[in-house]
Design a protein around this ligand. Structure first.
Ligand code: FNR
Length: 369
């Protein structure tokens, strides 16, 4: 359909499903095992209700913010999704260019189809970018990658900690990995690509399962970028992260692609915020909490902010937008979110994001299902 018939982020998914090659659709849409966490990521948002305030003069509303000290036109960043060229010939650069035009921050995946430098070269001068890291068994490769990213001006290092082994995405595993167009510029040092295990497993054998809390000081020693641990799911680990001195965490289950029946980031947010409040200042400008998973509407984002998140990541929403319409699709997705923020904030009675407060949501049903 023509792009002006796309009215929300779900619409991009419907288009992507009809136009993507089977292999790409299987890799992008799949989640692990019975895909219960995938479903729950959406469902959790539907158990939180708004408590809107009225008569607050909402003529002017502003949903801009900063994320890790970087300006962002939305309280949303583009989360890393690997292998963009499976779905569109320009791959991740669609995101980079749209992000530049609309002041949004993109997180570059380790397993991008475009090379890291191609993506950074496509950015505008001064455009903030984050990078997602899968830690290589060969730490020299990781050290070089991280330090190169910092040298090229990247503003945040998101270390993925929920994937010591990739989840079994059975839809993807049924597709044989064929090394043709659009596969990753896989990191050097990766051996034995297994061609009979689906895309995800074929490209991930370099990831180091021995990674542990003891490695955090090493990361701190090789970079001065803010370090964020992506894939935290419990207050126990949130506190370990806080005590390890990193700059933030992403409450994420990797879009349902890792441990199936792990809870949603939104559900974990409530108890993690409560635990962190007991440990230190709140809100803490030195420790950010992000969530991702299932976010498709500005209303989802506002619920997460009300419950204590500082910003929210969107993976498939933007991925499906560029698979369907390239850069223009991502721009449209951003515009749709912008319109949704304007309307929802007016209807909620919040003129800016500081006015989004815990009492604007009723989360009492979040845990009862
Ligand atoms: C991902 N995600 C991901 N995360 C990561 O740390 N490294 C990666 O390489 C990838 N790759 C990836 C590929 C695809 C196709 C998807 C759908 C997801 C997870 C991603 O960053 C994010 O956590 C989720 O996508 C959030 O859920 P939604 O927005 O897709 O529902």
């Amino acid at each position: 359909p023509p792009i002006d018939e796309i009215l929300n982020l779900h619409d991009f998914e419907a288009v992507a499903k009809t136009i993507l090659p089977d292999k790409a659709w299987a890799y992008y849409s799949s989640a692990s095992d019975d895909e219960i966490t995938l479903r729950e990521n959406r469902a959790a948002f539907q158990r939180v209700w708004f408590r809107p305030r009225v008569l607050r003069d909402v003529t002017t509303v502003d949903w801009s913010t900063t994320i890790l000290g970087q300006k962002s036109s939305l309280p949303v960043y583009i989360s890393a999704t690997a292998l963009g060229k499976l779905g569109h010939p320009d791959g991740e650069i669609n995101l980079t260019r749209a992000a530049a035009k609309h002041g949004v921050i993109q997180m570059i995946p380790t397993l991008a189809s475009c090379s890291f430098d191609e993506i950074v070269d496509a950015a505008q001068p001064g455009q903030p970018l984050f990078v997602q890291l899968y830690v290589n068994r060969d730490r020299e490769i990781t050290r070089k990658y991280v330090q190169h990213a910092e040298k090229r001006g990247v503003k945040g290092l998101f270390i993925t900690v929920d994937a010591p082994q990739l989840g079994r995405r059975e839809k993807d595993m049924r597709m044989k990995f064929v090394d043709d167009s659009g596969t990753a510029k896989v990191q050097e040092g990766q051996q034995d690509v297994k061609k009979d295990q689906g895309v995800a497993r074929a490209i991930s054998s370099f990831i180091d399962p021995s990674l542990s809390w003891k490695d955090i000081p090493w990361f701190r020693s090789i970079t001065s970028m803010p370090i964020i641990l992506k894939g935290i799911a419990t207050p126990e680990d949130a506190i370990l992260a806080y005590e390890a001195g990193v700059q933030g965490i992403v409450l994420s289950n990797h879009g349902g692609r890792q441990l199936d029946t792990a809870r949603s980031g939104l559900e974990n947010l409530v108890e993690i915020v409560a635990a962190l409040k007991q440990r230190g200042p709140w809100p803490n400008p030195k420790f950010s909490i992000f969530i991702d998973g299932g976010v498709r509407r500005a209303s989802d984002v506002l619920k997460a902010l009300a419950l204590g998140a500082s910003a929210v990541g969107v993976g498939r929403g933007f991925l499906y937008a560029f698979c369907s319409y390239g850069q223009e699709g991502v721009e449209r997705a951003i515009q749709i979110l912008r319109d949704e923020f304007e309307m929802n904030m007016r209807l909620l009675g919040a003129r800016n994001l500081n006015e989004i407060e815990p009492n604007m949501v009723d989360a009492s049903a979040l845990h009862s299902h």
